[in-house]
Design a protein around this ligand. Structure first.
Ligand code: OXD
Ligand code: MN
Length: 578
C-alpha cells in the first residue's frame, strides 16, 4: 500500500506519544475484519450470537459508564472562543493539547495500535473526503470497517499528501474523568480519549463527518448535515430525493427505511444519519451519504416500526449493549415479543421482567448499508442524488403541527433554526427535557451556530431553484396523552403531501408559521383517523407559539450581533402574524 509521507510522519509521532506494543496498518479486507472478530471472540470483547438465526452476528458489552455520547466532554478547540460559539464547549487549542496530551502519553502501552485510512463518501466522488484514524480499540477498528470504506481506496482519494483528517483515539482507562472528545477545526484534527462508545470512538462519524466537515464545508462552500437521505418513488416511477434533519434517536433510521402504506409509492434509502451536500455546476443541490453502514438505535426497532431495519440486522451485524436470550439471540425493548426466561441484560446479568430495561436504551446495531432491503440502487453514485426538499423534524409533545411548509428558503432556515426537541437516551443526561437544537446540529456543529445559519442562507442564494423546506413532528400528543399521529409507515402520507407541494400541487392553508395541509390535503385512505384528532395534529395554537417564540428569542440573544438579520426578521414577522 502506498502511504503518503505526511500520514506516515503523523502516525510515527502518535506512536512515539502513545507507545503501543505494535502498529498495524489496516487494509479494509474481509480477512482483516475476520481476524479482528476472531481476536475479540478470543478475549471476550465480542460474544457470538446464534449462528443459525443470526449468522456472523456478535454482541459487544461496553463499560457500564461508557454507553452514549458525552456532550459535556466534547469540545471545539478553535483559536477564538467566539468561533466555537455559545452552543459548543470550547478549549484553547494549546491548553487542550497540554491537558489531554498527557492522557495519551503511553496510553497504548501493551496494546496494538491500528492505523485506519478511511474514505467518507462513495469511491470516485469529488464530494468524498479522507481520514486516518489511529486507535487501540479492536472494536472501533471493526466498526470502522462497517461504517466507512477502509484501506487503499482512502489513500487513492487524497488530493494531496496532507489531504486527510487525522484522528487519534485511545480507550485510555475508560474513566469519564479522563474522557475528552476534542476537535481542532483549524487543523482538521480530532483527539478522542477515554471512551469506546460509537459516537465518541468511531471518529469518521460524528467527529469527522459532522463537526470537522461542517467547518470545512463552510470554508469550501458546501453543507455537512445531520440528515438522512431518502428517495420517494411516485406512481409515475419518478424518484424525488429528500434530506431530513432530526435529533438523535428520533426516528431518522426508521424514516430512512420506511415501507410505504400508499399503493404506487415506494421509498429508497440513501443514508440514515449524515448528508454531505454540494451545489453542482447547474446550481442544483446534490447529496452523498458519507457513511458505508448504519449505527442505529436498537430499542423500539421492530417489525412494525422498521421491518427493513429488522431484516438487515439478521446477519453480519455487531450489536452493542442489547440483551441476549438463552437462544443467544439479541433482544431489546419494543421488539414486539416478550423476552424469554433466562434472558441476560446488557451487562450480561440475569434479567427479570420489572427489573429495568434488559437492553440499554441507547443500545445499537452496526451493519453495512448494503444489507438494507430498501437501499437505493444509486446510493453510491459519485454524483450524489439531487435534493428537492428538506425536512426538519423534532420530538415535541405539544405546539408543533404534524407538518407544514416554509414560505421560502430564508423562512425555512428560520424554521430549522427554531427547532427544539425533547432529549433522548442517545446522549448522557436527562431524558425528555426540551432543548434548542437548530437543524438537529447542536451537538455536531463544529463552529459558531450563528455563522452556520448564515452559511445556510448563503447556500440558498447559490442554488437555482432552492428546495422547499418542511417542518414535521410525529410526536404531538392529544389531551389523553396519546400520540395524535400513528407514525412509522403512515408517515408516507406526509411524504406524499411534501412531494405534491414540491410539484406545485397539494392543498394547504397559509398560517402565521407556514403552509399547513388542509384536512383533505393529506391522503388518509385506509387510515382510521378521527377528524378531531387530525385537526389537533395540524392545529397552530396562537398562545403556544407566542410562548415558544419568546423562548426562542432568548436563545437567539445568546448569539448577540452574530445571529443573521433574516433569522431575527422571520422571528419578528411570525410574532406579528400570529
Ligand atoms: C447517532 C446520534 O448516533 O445522533 O446517530 O447520536
Ligand atoms: Mn445521529
Amino acid at each position: 500500500m502506498a502511504i503518503t509521507t505526511v500520514a506516515e510522519k503523523w502516525v510515527d509521532e502518535v506512536s512515539a506519544l502513545t507507545n503501543p506494543a505494535d502498529v498495524v496498518w489496516c487494509d479494509g479486507s474481509k480477512a482483516e475484519y475476520d481476524r479482528l472478530v476472531g481476536q475479540m471472540l478470543g478475549d471476550g470483547t465480542l460474544v457470538p450470537l446464534n449462528e443459525k438465526t443470526y449468522p456472523s452476528c456478535y454482541l459487544h458489552r461496553s463499560h457500564p459508564t461508557d454507553v452514549a455520547r458525552t456532550e459535556q466532554l466534547t469540545f471545539i478547540c478553535s483559536r477564538n472562543k467566539e468561533d466555537a460559539g455559545p452552543t459548543n464547549n470550547w478549549m484553547d487549542p494549546a491548553e487542550a493539547k497540554g491537558r489531554v496530551g498527557g492522557l495519551f502519553r503511553g496510553a497504548m502501552r501493551g496494546r496494538t495500535m491500528y492505523v485506519i485510512p478511511y474514505l467518507m463518501g462513495p469511491a470516485g466522488s469529488s464530494m468524498s473526503r479522507v481520514g486516518v484514524m489511529v486507535t487501540d480499540s479492536a472494536y472501533a477498528t471493526a466498526s470502522m470497517h462497517i461504517m466507512t470504506r477502509v484501506g487503499a481506496v482512502a489513500l487513492e482519494h487524497m488530493r494531496a499528501d496532507d489531504d486527510f483528517v487525522p484522528g487519534l483515539h485511545s480507550l485510555g482507562d475508560l474513566s469519564p474523568d479522563r474522557r475528552f472528545i476534542l476537535h481542532f477545526p483549524e487543523e482538521k484534527l480530532i483527539w478522542s480519549v477515554g471512551s469506546g462508545y460509537g459516537g465518541n470512538a468511531l471518529l469518521g462519524k460524528k467527529c469527522h463527518a459532522l463537526r470537522i466537515a461542517s467547518a470545512q464545508a463552510r470554508q469550501e462552500g458546501w453543507l455537512a448535515e445531520h440528515m438522512l437521505i431518502l428517495g420517494v418513488e411516485d406512481p409515475t416511477g419518478k424518484v424525488t430525493y429528500l434530506a431530513a434533519a432530526m435529533p438523535s434517536a428520533s426516528g431518522k433510521t426508521n424514516l430512512a427505511m420506511v415501507i410505504s402504506r400508499l399503493p404506487g409509492y415506494r421509498c429508497w434509502t440513501v443514508g440514515d444519519d449524515i448528508a454531505w451536500i454540494h451545489v453542482d455546476k447547474q446550481g442544483q443541490l446534490r447529496a452523498v451519504n458519507p457513511e458505508r453502514g448504519f449505527f442505529g438505535v436498537a430499542p423500539n426497532t421492530s417489525a412494525k416500526t422498521n421491518p427493513n431495519g429488522m431484516a438487515m440486522v439478521r446477519s453480519n451485524t455487531i450489536f452493542t449493549n442489547v440483551a441476549m436470550t438463552p437462544e443467544r439471540e439479541p433482544w431489546w425493548e419494543g421488539m414486539e415479543r416478550p423476552a424469554p426466561a433466562g434472558t441476560l441484560d446488557w451487562q450480561g446479568k440475569a434479567w427479570q421482567p420489572g427489573s429495568g430495561p434488559a437492553a440499554h436504551p441507547n443500545s445499537r446495531f452496526t451493519v453495512l448499508a448494503s444489507q438494507c432491503p430498501s437501499i437505493a440502487p444509486n446510493w453510491e453514485d459519485p454524483e450524489g442524488v439531487p435534493i428537492s426538499g428538506f425536512i426538519f423534524g423534532s420530538r415535541r409533545a405539544q405546539v408543533v403541527p404534524l407538518v407544514f411548509e416554509a414560505f421560502n428558503w430564508d423562512h425555512g432556515v428560520f424554521l430549522g433554526s427554531a427547532m427544539g426537541t425533547e432529549t433522548t437516551a442517545a446522549i448522557t443526561g436527562q431524558v425528555g427535557v426540551v432543548r434548542r437544537d437548530p437543524m438537529a446540529m447542536i451537538p455536531f456543529c463544529g463552529y459558531n451556530m450563528a455563522d452556520y445559519l448564515q452559511h445556510w442562507l448563503g447556500i440558498g442564494r447559490r442554488v437555482k431553484n432552492p428546495p422547499k423546506i418542511f417542518r414535521v413532528n410525529w410526536f404531538r400528543r392529544g389531551a389523553d396523552g396519546k400520540f395524535l399521529w400513528p407514525g412509522y409507515s403512515e408517515n408516507v402520507r406526509v411524504l406524499k403531501w411534501i412531494l405534491e407541494r414540491i410539484q406545485g400541487r397539494g392543498q394547504a392553508t397559509e398560517t402565521a408559521i407556514g403552509n399547513v395541509p388542509t384536512p383533505s390535503g393529506l391522503d388518509l385512505s385506509g387510515l382510521d383517523m378521527p377528524p378531531d384528532r387530525l385537526a389537533e395534529a395540524l392545529r397552530v395554537g396562537k398562545e403556544d407559539w407566542v410562548a415558544a417564540l419568546d423562548e426562542l428569542g432568548e436563545f437567539y440573544k445568546t448569539f448577540g450581533d452574530r445571529l443573521p438579520r433574516p433569522i431575527w426578521q422571520a422571528h419578528e414577522t411570525t410574532l406579528k402574524r400570529l
